[in-house]
Design a protein around this ligand. Structure first.
Ligand SMILES: Cc1cc2nc3c(=O)[nH]c(=O)nc-3n(C[C@H](O)[C@H](O)[C@H](O)COP(=O)(O)OP(=O)(O)OC[C@H]3O[C@@H](n4cnc5c(N)ncnc54)[C@H](O)[C@@H]3O)c2cc1C
Length: 416
């Protein structure tokens, strides 16, 4: 098969990697203007056990209007501009698939092990991640629902933190340096791999004329013909899919990553989630430490106010004992691709099979807070769907009615 992958973030590149390994011809199409920031400016925590997600509840939305100091922020403009997204997000009984995400995350860790063996490097991989809390009772509640080993205040302070009375240690979860992970994947797929890279400003999807059942992608007007087009454009997936008459209901939830140089000093020994604030923190190696925070639904804005930056830095200076040794060297904003239930969309683009175009547009996006953790398993699932399709020529397959069904937010009357 000849597959055009639109979006070279971590999801698209893992799809490319597995497709190429099975002998398919792959083109990776990237848009010049967005840059692949999200797959680099994230926390790099591979933590399936910590998958259960804070929902977009009414309290969160109200805090926006009340101006509460909260790492989650949803702008009124986003709410008014996307009523269907927020109506769906607030529906009762929408979720309940956390166990499936946890399982998929563990499957990903096995696939990561295999990938690191294949490329012969582990991008600053550290085994063991702690979730830490100001109050011991919160740690006990978390341990009762998520498992892991309870940590006391003394053991958390030996890791380099202060101000946390309790925590939970997850020995089987990992931290990686996301910039190094992304580079090793890029090298495997593009630099040393056989993928064709195409970069453009104006990317459009269309159909080959004459009923050939093939898809056509225009990259700055240049025609790319393919058997399958796969949209893995993260938070930008929505604008691409809309040209196919499908609204996947994906909105960006932005976050900020700040990278420090520790001057060769080990400041913290264990990657951690500071759960009271939703802040991730990891020292990747002798010199590089990263903190990340915020879940803001404010569109694609990249400007963080000085007050918000200070909020994040304050958590670092307040809770990391040797924080004075660290100097900021880099900052970046990432956009988590979020669906109303924060579960992914993996499968055939709904309606596309019957549309005037052809039976060949797929989507893999919407992994939101867990996009790095879930990327390899998402890609394997998608590639196994494509293989089945190739063998049976049948596009009516297993993604339909599953928890990752791209069709699940489409109004019933519009389903085909
Ligand atoms: C602050 C922060 C912390 C996070 N921490 C973690 C964590 O600890 N663990 C975890 O698992 N996840 C984490 N995430 C989530 C994770 O980073 C994302 O879910 C993941 O990177 C999404 O990957 P993606 O490949 O789907 O999308 P992206 O990385 O956004 O890639 C999409 C690609 O598509 C390209 N593109 C866009 N439009 C077009 C177009 N029209 N044509 C062609 N290409 C296009 C973009 O340039 C980009 O390269 C975090 C995110 C943030 C912001």
């Amino acid at each position: 098969m000849n597959v055009a992958i639109i979006g070279g973030g971590i999801t698209g590149l893992f799809c490319a990697h597995y497709l190429m390994r099975e002998g398919h011809e792959v083109s990776v199409i990237e848009r010049r203007s967005t840059g692949s920031v999200t797959s680099i400016y994230n926390a790099g925590l591979l933590t399936p056990s910590l998958a259960p997600t804070p929902k977009i509840g009414l309290g969160r939305i109200l805090s926006t209007y009340l101006g509460r100091d909260d790492p989650v922020h949803i702008s009124p403009r986003q709410i008014l501009g996307n009523p269907r997204f927020f109506r769906t997000a607030l529906k009762k009984g929408l979720t309940g698939y956390e166990d499936k995400i946890v399982r998929m995350g563990h499957e990903s860790l096995e696939l990561y092990k295999e990938f690191f063996r294949e490329v012969g490097s582990r991008p600053d991989l550290i085994e063991g991640v702690a979730a830490v809390y100001a109050e011991e009772r919160d740690a006990k509640m978390a341990q009762a629902s998520l498992g892991g080993e309870l940590l006391d205040e003394a053991s958390i302070s030996r890791m380099g933190f202060r101000g946390f009375r309790g925590g939970v240690m997850f020995e089987e979860e990992w931290s990686v340096n996301p910039a190094k992970l992304y580079k090793s994947l890029w090298d495997a797929v593009v630099t040393h791999g056989s993928a064709h890279l195409l970069v453009g400003d104006d990317i459009r999807l269309a159909a080959e004329k004459g009923g050939s059942q093939r898809a056509l992608v225009y990259v700055d007007g240049k025609e790319i013909h393919c058997d399958i087009v796969l949209v893995t454009a993260g938070s930008w997936t929505r604008e691409l899919c809309r040209s196919l008459g499908f609204d996947p209901q994906i909105l960006p939830a932005r976050g900020l990553a700040i990278v420090f140089d520790t001057g060769g000093e080990e400041i913290v020994t264990t990657p951690a989630l500071l759960e009271d604030y939703g802040v991730g923190l990891a020292q990747h190696n002798k010199t590089t430490l990263r903190i990340t925070g915020f879940f803001e639904m404010v569109g694609f804005r990249t400007d963080f106010s000085e007050a918000r930056r200070k909020w994040l830095l304050d958590k670092f200076y307040r809770h990391v004992v040797k924080s004075d040794k660290a100097k900021i060297v880099e900052e970046g904003v990432g956009f988590r691709p979020c669906t109303p239930d924060q579960m992914p969309l993996i499968g055939l683009v709904p309606g596309y099979k019957n549309a005037y175009i052809a039976k060949n547009a797929y989507i893999a996006s919407g992994n939101c807070r867990l996009g790095v953790t879930l990327a390899p398993a998402t890609a394997r699932l998608l590639v196994s769907m494509l293989n089945r399709t190739e063998q049976s020529q049948d596009h009516e397959h297993s993604s339909q009615s599953s928890w990752y069904d791209p069709n699940r937010f489409v109004f019933r009357s519009r389903r085909r």
